[in-house]
Design a protein around this ligand. Sequence first.
Ligand SMILES: [Zn+2]
Length: 348
Amino acid sequence: MAIDLSVRGMALTLLGLRPIQKLLPPAVRGRGVIICLHSIGERQHGNGFAPMSGFRLRPSFLDGLLRSLRKASTPIVALRDVPAALSQPAGDPFVCFTFDDGYRDNWEIAWPIFRRWEAPFTVFLTTDFIDGTVPMCWSLLERCIASQDHFYLSDGERHWDWPTKAIEEKQACFAIVDELFRCSTRHVAQRLSADLRSRYGEDLWEAARLDALDWNNVREMAADPLVDIGAHSLSHPLLGQLDCVEALREIAGSKAVIEREIDRPVPHFAFPFGDDRAIGRDGVALACEAGFDVALTTRRDVLRASDVGRLHELPRITLDSRYETLAPVRAQLSGAPAAVKRLIRRRG
Ligand SMILES: [Zn+2]
């Protein structure tokens, strides 16, 4: 494992040391933290083009993190218990685990690890991916761009092409097309996906589709008391870029699809992408209107007692491959990096 020698990396490592953490005031540590994860698996080092690999964490890291939390007797709570935990008088800060998007490895690799440690978690599903009507668009893009020296795309009205021979060209192309998918309505995203399927072949399309869970995987996990299933929109757009009718269809539609498939209420939602741009002006109100009890963002912060009054925009801390050692994770869970960021923003 490479040691992060950047100033940020060293600061996080220092903040992760237990003696330093004991000096932090309780207000910084908060009441708990909701962790946002995506994919669990070994990373493949192919030709160096793997823009999504940062969202994949190694199984041994996840196992080590759960072991360390259990060893420290840190409470690991289910998302359904977070509102009650926030309302209680202050106790030890808790940790709550969530997974976004619906990667198949959540069922295949992560679930057995959570079972080993008897730890609860929630999986948020983008239902078009689970239905198999379209693959995870970023998985499909990654595969198509990796395999091509020149990349063409059309939605029927607009046409694009980029040279994608060099790794820098592949990266630039991925960034542009990923943004194109993010800002598209569900209908346009489906057209783009169909265009990729016809241009680059069934095999790449099918391989990307298999990155997602299917409904049998979901129902199997939903039967486990350790697992909750939440909604994460129909097609994973930037909701803030859609009009209210379209955004509500994405939010409420995914809830209805999952409830039909698993035959139980789905009270939790996670905003796709989850930052301010993704939530938009109306996202929080729409999540309430769709009937969710709790909605999660990816605004990076720990939870405070006051968050009990803001259950439709709870912050989370996303762990990506930059945090694959325990010290920086402990630093993030301490709340100190978020507190420093708030301080800088206030002074700036
Ligand atoms: Zn997502």
